[in-house]
Ligand binder design. Structure first.
Ligand SMILES: C[S@@+](CC[C@H](N)C(=O)[O-])C[C@H]1O[C@@H](n2cnc3c(N)ncnc32)[C@H](O)[C@@H]1O
Length: 453
């Protein structure tokens, strides 16, 4: 590999509880400015920027070190960056005013800070203080709750292009003092910014969390807000072995169903083309999308092959939502819907592919055996079934997203869970499928496929 002329390490370490650190001093904005300016000055091929943990000068961050020359800069602000890039990287001239200081003094300061840090670790350890990562995992719900409350209140839309706490509280009809605390916490979580007493959305909040934004995700995120209520019953669910708040999918209210299907649609937007490619559509003309939800996958199958027709089989409460998406995508001619209960009703016959995405986790193992046996009957000879779901490793401890999803099903269903590759393979073979194999996909879910002989 051809070496870079300069390699810059910029500290972006975050420290808990307000301890001085580069992140708290603004290193994310410096890193962003550095990347932008290097590109703007046409130096992208020569300068590599890498973010890193502590460089040992925490009190005077943001710090960076440039190699191979070993030049250290401190207290760099975004407005220093154009000069720094021009002088150091284009003209090979050190920017004296930003230097961390005399080499020996810098080294002594780093060594002194390392000693202080070790002493602090030792003292905490002797006092039996919980380690930061464990503490953070236990308190993690606070970050999530703050964000979900902001989403439930539609606070990011109320902040709009910028507003103070009184104006936001006025728009939301909330208590001004409480609203200000919430806004301040959202600044701490880096989804809002605050200058004087005025709050503005960060670029990420403006893109995803504001009414009418280009990638407005609020409807889908309301599903996560609904999950919060279920997850708070986890202790009782573990005692009893099942959901303590369960209602049949068909009986859930409109708001819940809309948020749920919006969340499924959002997930599928990126995954559907990957899934279609991984399965392959050679010889596939008729697809059954069992529990097809928003229709995102059925539409992707139809998009990928012009002669293909797809039937979405789902509940009466969900089919109208799928029909909306089918109409938006202009696929009403080739993507149809059927109302039915996949636990009771016949699936039809003569399909080349039965696609079952995010369904098996709602079911018990016996319900999955029965469902796959019916899918087998719905296929023509040589037809295939493709199951997309979280697929756990043998001891069911990972991947982490799947292990946590098993609990999501515990709190939300009567007998659902996340299952392992071995379990899927056993059910598929038991239903009569051959050529059973796992297809890996990027992200937390995978595919299990089998062929009807
Ligand atoms: C987790 S979503 C998955 C949606 C879609 N397959 C996807 O991957 O985006 C589960 C779907 O199963 C449907 N469903 C749940 N119980 C059902 C039942 N008894 N009969 C038919 N569909 C059902 C739900 O309405 C929902 O659309």
């Amino acid at each position: 590999m051809e070496a870079f002329r300069h390699h810059v390490y910029v500290c972006d370490q975050k420290k808990p509880d307000g301890a001085p650190c580069c992140s708290a001093n603004g290193s994310p904005r410096v890193i962003e400015a550095l990347r932008r300016e290097i590109g703007r000055q046409g130096l992208g091929a020569h300068v590599q920027v890498t973010t890193c943990g502590s460089l040992g000068l925490c009190e005077r961050g943001p710090n960076m070190v440039v190699y191979p020359e070993g030049v250290w800069y401190s207290r760099v602000r975004p407005e220093d960056v154009p000069e720094l890039v021009r002088e150091h990287f284009a003209n090979n001239t050190v920017v004296e005013r930003l230097l961390s200081g005399d080499q020996h003094a810098v080294r002594a300061e780093i060594d002194g800070n390392a000693q202080k840090r070790l002493a602090a670790f030792r003292a905490r350890d002797e006092a039996g203080v919980l380690p930061d990562d464990l503490q953070q995992a236990i308190r993690g719900f606070q970050d999530s709750r703050v964000l979900l409350t902001a989403i439930e209140l539609d606070l990011f839309s109320a902040v709009g292009t910028g507003a103070d706490a009184t104006a936001v509280a006025g728009r939301l009809r909330t208590d001004p003092r409480a609203t200000e605390s919430l806004l301040n916490a959202l600044v701490a979580l880096e989804v809002l910014e605050k200058r004087d007493s005025r709050f503005t959305n960060t670029p990420a909040a403006a893109r995803y969390l504001v009414d009418g934004a280009p990638d407005d995700s609020r409807a889908a995120l309301m599903h996560t807000a609904h999950l919060w209520a279920r997850w708070s019953t986890l202790t009782e669910c573990v005692r009893r072995g099942t959901s303590v708040t369960y209602t049949e999918m068909a009986d859930r209210d409109d708001e819940w169903t809309r948020a749920f299907i919006a969340a499924m649609h959002k997930n599928a937007a990126f995954r559907a083309p990957l899934v279609v490619r991984a399965i392959g559509l050679e010889g596939v003309r008729r697809v059954l999308d069992l529990g097809g939800g928003s229709g995102a996958y059925a539409i992707a199958f139809a998009q990928a092959q012009s002669a293909l027709t797809a039937d979405i089989f789902d509940l009466a409460t969900v089919v109208p939502l799928a029909e909306g998406h089918i109409a938006d995508a202009r696929f009403a001619g080739r993507v149809k819907t059927r109302i039915g209960d996949l636990r009771k009703d016949d699936y039809g016959a003569g399909y080349d592919l039965v696609f079952i995405s995010a369904i098996c986790h709602m079911n018990t193992p016996d319900e999955n055996r029965a469902m796959l046996a019916r899918a087998f009957k719905a296929l023509s000879p040589s037809g295939r079934v493709a199951v997309q779901d979280f697929i756990l490793n043998m001891d069911k401890t990972g991947p982490k997203a799947g292990a946590l999803f098993a609990l999501n099903m515990l709190v939300g269903t009567r007998g659902g869970s996340a299952y392992s590759e071995a379990e899927y393979a056993e059910w598929l073979r038991g239903a009569g499928f051959q050529e059973v194999e796992r297809l890996r996909l990027p992200g937390p879910t995978g595919l299990m496929v089998g062929r009807r002989p």
